[in-house]
Design a protein around this ligand. Structure first.
Ligand SMILES: [Zn+2]
Length: 270
């Protein structure tokens, strides 16, 4: 865990002095293309304070977005577009330059990229404030046991669909391969750091840990484990993978102060 660092996806910045500009450059996807754009920016003392693009692309052109700060440059923010176009357009690696206007209320933001995607599928980001209501909000209007059951059932559907997705898009066949995909995506999508401690395919049993679960981190000082949605996801995932109804029991949980959440998966008792 100590070798990890957070990643800010907000793409919104406060800019009361209007020295920051959001820009988009479309470049040939070849070695050195980005550097050839950064060198003239450096000469103008324009600082890159943010950079993003498609996480991975094999297209002929790569679109790179930059938040540029002209605070210490002799270039005024109003002239940046003109200067950038002059400087950068001359480069044969650049297909297109876009410089976006400041937004009202001293803000700059990426209002260019929409929708967000994970591979070919649309993805949305919910901050913890929204997640809390999605996961705990029902408890205010339904009995707690009913609210928990709904999350668990939703989780089961999600888990089953994930297996189908891995089979369809990755041609994943073995349980271990599907688990590897699940671990990787849980990490890259920020769900939590999943580790499959043991799998017994013959007995259809497994032990799973998740560190920093997006669900259980919403709780604190609970007396009991709190996972319903993720527990359901594991149940659905293993039910589909093992082709039999699999129950998931959470033993340790960060909600009650443990270092991680741990789950035991085994065939549902008849
Ligand atoms: Zn938990």
């Amino acid at each position: 865990m100590e070798n990890l660092r957070p990643l800010d996806l907000s793409r919104v910045v406060r800019d009361r002095n209007e020295t920051i500009l959001f820009t988009s450059l479309e470049l040939k996807n070849k070695p050195g293309a980005l550097m050839s754009v950064l060198v003239p920016l450096a000469k103008l003392n324009v600082n890159v304070i943010g950079i993003h693009s498609d996480a991975v692309t094999s297209e002929d052109y790569i679109e790179v977005s930059l938040f540029l700060d002209v605070r210490n440059s002799r270039i005024k923010s109003g002239d940046l577009k003109k200067v950038l176009e002059e400087q950068v357009r001359l480069l044969d690696v650049v297909k297109e330059v876009k410089v976006f206007d400041h937004l009202p209320h001293g803000l700059d933001a990426d209002l260019y990229h929409f929708p967000l995607k994970v591979h070919e599928r649309r993805a949305v980001v919910f901050t913890e404030v929204v997640l809390r209501d999605l996961i705990l909000g029902l408890r205010n209007t339904l009995e707690i046991s009913a609210a928990k059951t709904i999350l668990w059932l939703q989780g089961k559907e999600i888990g089953k669909n994930l297996v189908e997705y891995y089979e369809k898009y990755y041609d994943a066949k073995s349980v271990k391969e599907k688990l590897a995909l699940f671990e990787i995506y849980s990490f890259s999508l920020g769900w939590g750091i999943v580790s499959f401690e043991s799998i017994n395919e013959e007995r259809k049993e497994a032990k799973v840990r998740i560190y920093n679960s997006f669900e259980c981190s919403l709780f604190s000082k609970s007396k009991q484990p709190e996972s319903q949605l993720f527990r359901g996801i594991l149940s659905g995932f293993f039910s589909k993978s093992f082709n039999t109804e699999i129950d998931a029991i959470e033993e340790e949980c960060i909600a009650k102060g443990d270092a991680y959440c741990s789950f035991t998966l085994s065939p549902k008792e008849q």
